[in-house]
Design a protein around this ligand. Structure first.
Ligand code: HEC
Ligand code: HEC
Length: 249
């Protein structure tokens, strides 16, 4: 009886431990940070700094981009996300395969570290981000994003199927009131790619849920789309679940 109780309370404690980690991830602590505005900007710069800053795009392929990957070259190889991924896990995440496969590690280890250490890495000769490319103010936002703004979506997205594990009905309410004005009720108002190979909201949500959440959280660089990360991971995941029901072509 006593041992039974002990075992039971042990299980409860372990269970609570798992639950509270999941609750913390679900809550998205970055949006409670005093630096939340800089972090939100930083995530958009991580996506595409030259589009956000409206500076000249680099023309060469980045020196750290591996010669083994000939699918990508030129300016796209200078975006943080191209090497480190939308899930920040690099070779251990979604970019373990596909056209962005590079073998480069992720940036998860720098979560919670000193932003100055990240700035130093970015200004170093290997990364080669000069102040003419990314001025100090923008660089410090990217660094803050890396240390205080990374987020984890495994609670909400099944890695194998890419399906959202969240509430599409709740997401529909937000979509039909906040997103449809720009994207259309069916998500097809804007085509993000070409007429021959169109990419609509439904296409992206199913093909790359991590990118979709990043765009919702930080906004689309150099466009009217606002950063909506204040809603928190759970609500964004609900929107993702709904957009995965929209037509893919
Ligand atoms: C062309 C690919 C490429 C681009 C673009 C790139 N990085 Fe990196 N990054 C690397 C490589 C390769 C390493 C590993 C270097 C090493 O450990 O020797 C690295 C390492 C890092 C690390 C240290 C990770 C660790 O655990 O040691 C951080 C942080 C980082 N990069 C952040 C960024 C940010 C932020 C950007 C965008 C401003 C960026 N990187 C753009 C290739 C890239
Ligand atoms: C004020 C208009 C506006 C609102 C509101 C808006 N968006 Fe956008 N969104 C845009 C624009 C403009 C783009 C850029 C399209 C492009 O690059 O071709 C975009 C891009 C995106 C992308 C990235 C597409 C890509 O492939 O790069 C996603 C995902 C997205 N929006 C989802 C949403 C969701 C979900 C909502 C509601 C929570 C929303 N947007 C609200 C205007 C808006």
């Amino acid at each position: 009886m006593r041992i039974g109780h002990l075992l039971l309370s042990g299980l409860v404690i372990i269970g609570f431990g798992i639950l509270s980690t999941q609750t913390a991830k679900a809550a998205d602590l970055a949006i409670l940070s005093p630096n939340v505005t800089a972090i939100m900007d930083g995530g958009k710069l991580y996506d595409n700094w030259f589009a956000v800053l409206e500076v000249d795009k680099p023309t060469q392929t980045h020196a750290l981009w591996p010669a083994s990957n000939t699918k990508k070259k030129g300016n796209v190889t200078w975006r943080c996300k191209s090497c480190h991924g939308w899930d920040f896990m690099g070779k251990d995440g979604a970019y373990a395969s596909g056209s962005y496969k590079s073998g480069i590690k992720g940036i998860r280890a720098y979560e919670g570290k000193d932003p100055a250490a990240v700035e130093k890495i970015l200004r170093g000769s290997a990364h080669g981000f000069t102040p003419a490319m990314i001025p100090d103010a923008a660089l410090s936002k990217i660094a803050l994003f890396v240390t205080d703004g990374q987020y984890e979506l495994d609670v909400f997205i099944d890695r194998a199927t890419k399906k959202a594990k969240s509430n599409a009905a709740k997401g529909k309410v937000i979509y039909d009131t906040s997103c449809y004005l720009c994207h259309g009720k069916d998500g097809k108002e804007m085509n993000f790619k070409t007429a021959d190979a169109p990419e609509y909201l439904g296409t992206l949500a199913n093909g790359n849920p991590w990118e979709t959440i990043n765009k919702i959280r930080h906004g689309q660089p150099d466009s009217q789309m606002p950063a909506l990360g204040y809603m928190g991971n759970k609500t964004m995941a609900d929107i993702l679940a709904y957009t995965q029901t929209l037509p893919i072509k």
